[in-house]
Ligand binder design. Structure first.
Ligand code: ADP
Ligand code: MG
Length: 553
């Protein structure tokens, strides 16, 4: 035999591995979920490739994951009969991290607390390497579907790994075997009861059946049926089933705040199972983050890049399983399919209408959800003209008169003052400072409600020139605020007409400031403060101006 030269892990992997090897995270069980999810992904990839190349399946068309325990030798093995990896693919997949999220992961995990750390591992898709939390040596033997060679990847997680060809007799007939030599303190993972319970809880709903052998060559026992949860009748699915499934598709450990499960019939037939998480995914504002809805065709996983929902619904997790897309369509062609376009449209509308229903029927839960995802939904106000009205209906705001409570635009419109012709808003990064801004004095004196907008996204949609119920949105810092038409409460002194002294003073200020300002005027908007800065009537809002200046434009 020849000796194989050890190869070095990519720097980021080495760092990551160091963290895994010296991991202090109590919840090490996630390694099982990660390895099983890789095995299931491999089976789904084979199912997909098998559509156009049936010979890959050979005489074994039944996907299967087998977990084998060996207490005596302190080993745990996870084997699948999925797509497998060639020698080259082993090196690419298990020596590098292709994902751009890794750096972000490192930064986050450095400051993460114990429990949060394990969650982050799952969320960032650094799955395979979590094996080194429990193993001091990992062997991956793989044979790609259709290949007549096999290879072995071997590492102790200490900076290097080796890859060498192995005899096909030592490899699975097809697919991958991951063999963990468990650390001394991880012997609990050879206990059949623990493993069965953990797998059922974490991976009970992966779309591939799972078998457990509690000793080498023991009778395999099926512990998960691989039945697609979404194909079952709703009445047979418990809330726990939904939560478990949500966790396995979302890679999060919270519970769904909203579950949507229905079958569409008519023009197109498809099943939708979608969830809105309770908590913010870490990468919600990562520009690279795509939607996370998976597309299946008759239970075969096709792609998670079909962008079933618009960007501003990217927090929704789940899947659509279509009955009438052709199975043999390529991923590229699917993007242009009119069937997919119809699905995209109707699922997006359905998500919005379910949110609307929730807002009406369970206000408290809706407001929590809005608090978490409202800033993302508001992106739709300028990105999706066709659903703008629906989104304006869903939007909630803190206002100058709401005392910290959320108000809808309908609430706002119901409380308009006589002669009020606009929806007024104030923009700024900080709600408290906003609320005490001198710009608002004239509004407050007249009892006019002003929306307080403090999300980054607000500057963009608010300036897009839209209206609600025929009332344009208008910034309080922009131009003349037409407040003179709206009555002050009884007993309040109106602002006296500008005297000659004031006019002289204004002329003086104008000459002094010169080109630095475009105008200086007497204003109705102040009641206590002496001056405030406003943007020109047709110019940019001051907050947007600041943002753009900050962005270097
Ligand atoms: P992710 O699953 O998010 O891509 P992982 O670290 O879990 O990240 O896995 C890295 C890569 O290794 C996978 O993308 C896949 O290409 C490959 N891989 C891991 N396990 C298997 C397996 N059982 N069969 C085939 N390929 C696998
Ligand atoms: Mg994985």
């Amino acid at each position: 035999t020849t000796t194989t030269t050890p190869r070095s892990f990519e720097a980021d992997v080495a760092k990551l591995l160091h963290m895994m090897v010296h991991s202090v995270y109590s919840d090490k069980d996630v390694f099982l979920r990660e390895l099983i999810s890789n095995a299931a992904d491999a089976c789904e990839k084979l199912r997909y490739e098998g559509l156009s190349n049936a010979s890959l399946l050979g005489d074994d068309g039944q996907p299967r994951i087998t977990v084998t325990l060996d207490a005596e030798a302190r080993r745990l093995t996870i084997e699948d009969n999925g797509i497998g990896m060639s020698e080259d693919e082993l090196g690419e997949a298990l020596g590098t991290i292709a994902r751009s999220g890794t750096k972000a992961f490192m930064d986050r995990i450095a400051g993460a607390k114990d429990a949060e750390g394990s969650q982050l591992i799952g969320q960032f898709g650094v799955g395979f390497y979590s094996a080194f939390m429990v193993a001091d040596q990992v062997e991956v033997t793989s044979r790609r579907a259709g290949a007549d060679t096999a290879a072995l990847w071997l590492s102790d997680g200490q900076g290097t790994y080796t890859i060498e060809p192995v005899d096909i007799a030592e490899a699975p007939a097809r697919g991958t075997r991951v063999l963990l030599h468990l650390k001394e303190d991880a012997t609990g993972y050879t206990d059949a009861f623990t493993i069965e319970r953990t797998i059922k809880a974490q991976s009970g709903h992966v779309p591939v059946p799972i078998f457990l052998e509690d000793a080498p060559d023991a009778e395999p026992k099926q512990i998960a049926d691989g039945a697609a949860l979404w194909t079952k009748p709703k009445a047979e699915i418990s809330p726990e089933d939904y939560t478990d499934f949500y966790r396995s598709v979302a890679g999060q450990f919270d519970a769904p705040a909203l579950t949507l499960h229905y079958r569409a019939e008519g023009m197109h037939e498809y099943t939708v199972l979608a969830f809105i998480p309770e908590t913010k995914p870490f990468d919600l504002f990562d520009p690279d983050r795509a939607g996370r809805m998976k597309l299946y065709v008759r239970r075969v996983f096709i792609t998670d890049e079909a962008e079933i929902l618009p960007r501003y619904l990217r927090f929704v997790r789940g899947l659509v399983d279509s009955s009438d897309l052709p199975l043999n369509v390529s991923r590229e062609m699917i993007q242009d399919s009119p069937v997919l376009a119809a699905i995209q449209k109707s699922v997006s509308n359905r998500v919005l209408s379910e949110l609307d229903k929730l807002a009406a029927n369970d206000t408290e839960r809706y407001l929590t959800l809005w608090d978490t995802f409202g800033a993302v939904l508001k992106e739709g106000l300028y990105e999706d003209y066709s659903r703008r009205d629906a989104l304006l209906g869903l939007a909630r705001f803190k206002t100058t008169t709401s005392n910290g409570a959320w108000r809808s635009l309908k609430d706002y419109a119901a409380d308009l003052k006589d002669n009020q012709t606009a929806v007024y808003y104030a923009l700024g990064p900080d709600l408290d400072r906003l609320a005490s801004s001198p710009q608002l004095e004239g509004f407050r004196a007249r009892g006019i409600e002003v929306l307080l907008l403090s999300d980054h996204v607000d500057s963009f949609w608010a300036a897009a020139g839209m209206d609600f119920d025929g009332k344009p949105f208008k910034s309080v810092t922009q131009g003349l605020a037409d407040l003179s038409l709206i009555a002050l409460p009884e007993g309040t002194e109106p602002t006296p007409a500008a005297s000659e002294t004031v006019n002289d003073f204004i002329a003086f200020v104008k000459t002094t400031l010169g080109d630095a300002v475009s105008d200086v005027r007497v204003s109705e908007r102040l009641t206590e403060s002496a001056v405030c800065l406003v943007a020109p009537e047709n110019g940019m809002d001051r907050q947007l101006e600041k943002l753009l200046a900050g962005a270097g434009r």
